[in-house]
Ligand binder design. Structure first.
Ligand code: AMP
Length: 395
């Protein structure tokens, strides 16, 4: 077996992992630990097409990762003979400081901790994941790959909020973006699929998963993205509002008596598709629409409307558009959302081919007509593979 990288994505109550051969992009084994710190934990480890599942309490991230390493030893593959050369960690917020992957050392850990105010929902768990992994796998280098890195060089005009400059500077309030690893991988792959140099393309990438974000990419560099200081801004998401008038916060605070934490929870966890239609999974929304549910219909309409606004805005920002690519859970699987999002955009040169667009997409694929001026693609995202490759590139 060639060299492998263990990619770890540590969330507040979960650890997802993949053991990857970066050169070929092969996933050797994968799994997840869920409901960490809750009464009943759940583990799944997949190796050679076989799932091993366990239900047992997992008190903390250290216990979870220790159990994962035991599963590698019991079920395989044995990590030592699998040629593990490094661990790559997904970190959501790297601030303006990190424009690429870095070897983890005490300074990097301190920086990730220091950036918690800018990534309060993710950085604490990312940090914990790195700390326990370094304890348990001390003999290999650990690399942090930041979700913000691809957007760290956004033009100032796109990164800057029209906020009092002194306040913004003192509290580092600016747009950092997120999902950068996915946008970077997908925009690079899209250029390969259309067979044109990345340097000459104006692209929009729509990463539509439970979290959702759009980016405008010119010549392989991001020039705008929809997520802002945190992943709350931008598109309608599974449970997040996306763009909303900030005065709604003042209104709810003054007139509904809601505190900041309650509004934070409302905007991040009880809004988006879930807030509008009761479900964050778009498959449920389609089911309700088919039953004539008006709230579900409105949820999809709001979702597509927001997407169309961003597509138009980014075409304007770039002075034109060559390639538009859908990715992530909804982008790859949901032909209805793809077609509703692009409805009426023929004036921009976007012509979807209904037959090519039909169904779920497992490999990169063109879904526009041959005469469409803009090539529309679906490219399944490979965030873990990208993290593994970036990790290896540092060694
Ligand atoms: P992600 O965050 O990329 O894993 O995407 C998760 C979301 O993708 C789910 O909440 C669903 O809304 C959507 N999704 C996953 N599978 C499908 C499918 N087969 N058809 C439509 N949507 C799907």
């Amino acid at each position: 077996m060639s060299s492998t990288v263990l990619v770890i994505n540590s969330g507040s109550s979960s650890i997802k992992y993949q053991l990857i051969e970066p050169d070929e992009g092969t996933v050797v084994a994968s799994g997840l630990v869920e409901r960490i710190g809750e009464g009943s934990g759940h583990l799944r480890h997949t190796y050679r097409g076989k799932d091993t599942t366990l239900a047992e309490p997992v008190p903390d991230h250290g216990a979870g990762l220790r159990r994962v390493l035991e599963l590698f030893a019991e079920v395989g593959p044995d990590l030592a003979s699998a040629g593990i050369v490094a661990v790559g960690h997904r970190v959501v917020q790297g601030g303006a400081r990190y424009s690429g992957p870095v070897l983890v050392d005490e300074k990097v850990l301190a920086d990730i901790e220091e950036l918690i105010p800018l990534g309060p929902l993710h950085n604490p768990a990312n940090l914990r994941g790195i700390e326990v992994a370094r304890e348990l796998l001390p003999d290999v280098p650990h690399v942090a790959v930041f979700d913000t890195a691809f957007f760290s060089e956004l033009p100032d005009s796109a990164a800057t909020y029209a906020l009092d400059r002194e306040v913004a500077t003192r509290y580092r309030v600016r747009r950092y973006g997120a999902h950068g690893t996915s946008h970077q991988y997908v925009s690079r792959t899209a250029a390969e699929v259309v067979g044109r140099p990345l340097a000459e393309l104006r692209q929009i990438v729509l990463h539509l998963g439970n979290g959702a974000s759009a980016s405008a990419v010119v010549g392989g560099r991001a020039v705008d993205t929809s997520m802002g200081m945190t992943p709350l801004e931008g598109l309608v998401m599974g449970t997040r509002t996306g763009d909303i008038d900030p005065a709604v916060i003042f209104h709810l605070h003054r007139n509904a008596g809601m505190g900041v934490d309650e509004i934070d929870d409302l905007f991040n966890r009880r809004s988006g598709l879930k807030g509008l239609a009761g479900h964050n999974d778009v498959r449920e929304i389609h089911r309700l629409v088919a039953e004539g549910d008006a709230a579900a219909r409105l949820a999809l309409d709001v979702y597509s409307h927001r997407l169309r606004k961003y597509i138009g805005a980014y075409a304007a920002v770039m002075g034109g558009l060559d390639v538009l690519t859908f990715t992530a859970g909804i982008g790859e699987n949901d032909d209805i959302v793809r077609s509703e999002a692009l409805a009426g955009l023929e004036f921009l040169g976007i012509e979807l081919d209904p037959e090519r667009n039909a169904g779920r997409v497992k490999e990169p694929k063109v879904v526009s007509t041959d005469s469409s001026a803009v090539t529309v693609l679906v490219v399944p995202t490979r965030e873990e593979q990208e993290i593994a490759q970036q990790t290896l590139s540092l060694l």
